[in-house]
Design a protein around this ligand. Structure first.
Ligand code: MN
Length: 407
């Protein structure tokens, strides 16, 4: 028994090393900073995944699932979708080393896969259909062999259950990546359009390509005289808006506070003394609202710093109103990891006694039910409830923000 067991062990190890042969053959490690592989030990019991956004000859998303000491890999041209009605083609490609999971940067032009790589999401995954006592790895191996794997992402951006279904075998097997219907499904959404920054560094593809090492550049370089300022607008990374959880009833009591949901367009405002960009959530579009943009830049000049706001833009005929509910960055202060209560204090301070035409700081209310009655009376879309202790989770549907429509 013993020699046989040892043999199996050796065989498994050899198979793990062999699995990277194609990966290594395609790369010249004297030219690329990608890892050669072979040293990262598996974190027992927890299978890792990453998704890398890769602008090579064509843009795609590389889905990698850990199994048997390597990352099984698929190139997904359009990336994952949270819409269960959407089936995304996933072409199986060569296994990658586990160290590849932390790779973000540029692969030199002319090399295999030359272009920019962004760490778009990461975390662990668990198979959905374990049988009896089998390990997660056994279940995943069985699913992949059978051509159907159901698994749940525990990522920073992707969550919930997905299926990989093989549709075509052969040299380069084709699969479909499909979201299952569950609480994390989001029909009609487009997460690849909403989430455009690195999960690791917060950088956009352009910033990674440029080798930029910072996420947010405020107008810090501006001299006190004020005439000469850097022009940071174009290289300011975009933050994916945190998404509310839709619900039928409002959560009640502490630590919740409530505000109107006007039903307008969700907009993030990137404000500097020189210029303001109003960026609508979803498929990245810039909203036109010059007057509001100019008013916000005027405020930035008065307070002497750049900032980023999250709110709703409501356009009635010619008059547009930007209802601001959150402050994400304030000068050099990043507020994303602060609680909503802290962000709210900073927001009120920023606007304190300063009238900005076309911009209104959302009124908050401690009584949700009463606000819902106001919503019905005044024709708002509904009410938004926020946990005072909730942090800002970019690109995520958060339990700390709940949205209830007027019935
Ligand atoms: Mn790739």
């Amino acid at each position: 028994m013993c020699p046989a067991k040892r043999k199996t062990g050796r065989k498994a190890k050899a198979a793990g090393a062999d699995r990277l042969e194609e990966y290594r053959r395609k790369r010249d490690f004297s030219r690329t900073r990608e890892p050669a592989g072979g040293s990262a030990a598996s974190d027992r019991g927890r299978l890792r995944f990453v998704i890398q956004k890769h602008a090579a000859s064509s843009l795609h998303y590389d889905l990698r699932l850990e199994l048997d000491g390597v990352m099984r890999s698929w190139a997904v041209p359009k990336g994952p979708s949270l819409d269960p009605a959407v089936k995304r083609l996933a072409m199986q490609v060569e296994d990658h080393p586990i160290e590849y999971n932390s790779f973000e940067g540029t692969i030199p032009k002319g090399e295999y896969g030359g272009g920019t790589v962004m760490l778009w999401d990461r975390g662990t995954f668990t198979p959905d259909e374990p049988r009896g006592e089998e390990s997660h790895e056994d279940t995943v191996r069985r699913g992949l062999r059978a051509g159907k794997l159901s698994f749940t992402f525990h990522g920073e951006r992707l969550r919930g259950s997905f299926a990989l279904v093989r549709t075509d075998g052969g040299e380069k097997p084709k699969w479909l990546l499909i979201k299952h219907r569950d609480a994390d499904a989001d029909p009609g959404s487009d997460i690849t359009a909403e989430v455009v920054t690195s999960v690791e560094s917060g950088r956009t593809m352009e910033e990674i390509a440029a080798g930029a090492d910072r996420v947010w550049r405020s107008n810090r370089g501006g001299r006190s005289g004020g005439e000469e300022r850097a022009t940071p607008q174009e290289d300011t990374a975009e933050i994916a808006p945190m998404r509310p959880t839709p619900a039928r009833t409002l959560p009640e009591g502490r630590p919740w506070t409530y505000e109107p949901w006007h039903g307008g367009e969700r907009v993030l405002a990137y404000v500097t003394p020189d210029r303001t960009r109003l960026v609508a959530a979803g498929p990245a579009t810039r909203t036109r609202s010059r007057a509001i943009a100019e008013q916000l830049s005027a405020l930035a000049r008065r307070v002497g710093r750049a900032f980023v706001l999250d709110g709703e833009l409501v356009a009635d005929d010619d008059d547009a109103v930007f209802h601001v509910g959150d402050l994400l960055l304030d000068g050099d202060r990043a507020l994303l990891h602060e609680t909503y209560a802290t962000r709210r204090v900073a927001l009120e301070k920023l606007f304190a006694r300063r009238r900005v035409k076309g911009v209104r700081v959302q009124a908050t209310d401690a009584a949700g039910a009463a606000l819902m009655r106001s919503a019905e009376r005044r024709g708002w879309a509904g009410v938004i409830a926020r946990r005072e202790d909730g942090t800002y989770e970019p690109g995520r549907r958060s339990d700390a923000v709940v949205r209830v429509a007027v019935h």
